[in-house]
Design a binder for this molecule. Structure first.
Ligand SMILES: NC(=O)c1ccc[n+]([C@@H]2O[C@H](COP(=O)([O-])OP(=O)(O)OC[C@H]3O[C@@H](n4cnc5c(N)ncnc54)[C@H](O)[C@@H]3O)[C@@H](O)[C@H]2O)c1
Length: 246
């Protein structure tokens, strides 16, 4: 059975990716900095007869990622799929934002993915195959007011993905991005508190007239995590209801 290591799997999109991959037969390493949320995700997976274990993993700390990867390898024997989902944002005009916020945004959204790739790609090379799906954001493709540093981090994720995909192709490891548009998750609710009316405005602007549900993103991730996507690498797949077409 293939093993998927998912970061930020205690909430929103990450939780749904965990449920979707479990439903497709993966064993799930539910990793998160929030242990009680990770445990809830495990309970949800077990309730649908899937296999999952929770592991503490703060993606901003390389040593925490290394420890989690060791524990997952010990428990499940391999890591076949890495889903870099952990993320965070604070919406505010760039000129009002402060260095502590920039640092947090870049550490979670960009450095986190660098830490997990540095740790887990060598295991995949040893195995002779693997799949990595990095969660970016359309803000990193087309920009988004109030999200300057987050957009920079997510643009960094997209560029990082392309180079790592080139370097990993000889090892039969695929590295791709899924780039969500606005999605109905706890993070988006937090953002909406800063910008009331944003959900209504976006719903009007999105051709499909609704925000993404976590399932919409998880289905795209699941495709890129399976052998059906063996010939796809270095790509960015936007899942945005048509809001941006790039
Ligand atoms: N919701 C949206 O509109 C939207 C749009 C585009 C991209 N995204 C991206 O999708 C991903 C998931 O977002 P979401 O909306 O489900 O958010 P969410 O807040 O619901 O979930 C994020 C998860 O990441 C975890 N996390 C935060 N910091 C962490 C750390 N240092 N180490 C490990 N885990 C950490 C949180 O505990 C949480 O479980 C993120 O990468 C986000 O940037 C979301």
């Amino acid at each position: 059975m293939s093993v998927a290591f998912i970061t930020g799997a205690g909430s929103g999109i990450g939780r749904q990716i965990a449920l979707t991959l479990a439903g497709r037969g993966f064993q799930i390493a539910v990793t998160d900095v929030n242990d009680s949320n990770a445990a809830e995700t495990v309970a949800l997976i077990e309730a649908q007869n899937g296999t999952a274990t929770a592991f503490h993993c703060d993606v901003t700390e390389l040593t925490s990622v290394e420890q989690a990867a060791r524990e997952v390898k010990e428990k499940f024997g391999s890591i076949d799929v890495l889903i870099n989902n952990a993320g965070w944002d604070k919406i505010e005009p760039f000129l009002k934002s402060e260095p502590a916020t920039w640092e947090r945004i870049i550490n979670i959204n960009l450095m986190g993915q660098i830490h997990t790739c540095k740790t887990i790609l060598p295991l995949m090379i040893e195995q002779g195959n693997g799949k990595v799906v990095n969660i970016a954001s359309d803000s990193g493709r087309v920009g988004s007011s109030g999200e300057a540093v987050y957009s920079a981090a997510k643009g960094g994720v997209i560029a990082f993905t392309k180079t790592v995909a080139r370097e990993m192709a000889r090892h039969k490891i695929n590295v791709n991005c899924v780039s969500p548009g606005p999605a109905d998750t706890p993070l988006f609710k937090e953002i909406s508190e800063y910008n009331t009316g944003i959900a209504e405005a976006l719903t009007k602007a999105i051709p499909f007239r609704r925000l993404a549900q976590p399932e919409d993103i998880a289905n795209a991730v699941a495709f890129l995590a399976t052998p059906e996507a063996d010939y796809i690498t270095g790509q960015t797949l936007s899942v945005n209801g048509g809001l941006a077409m790039v």
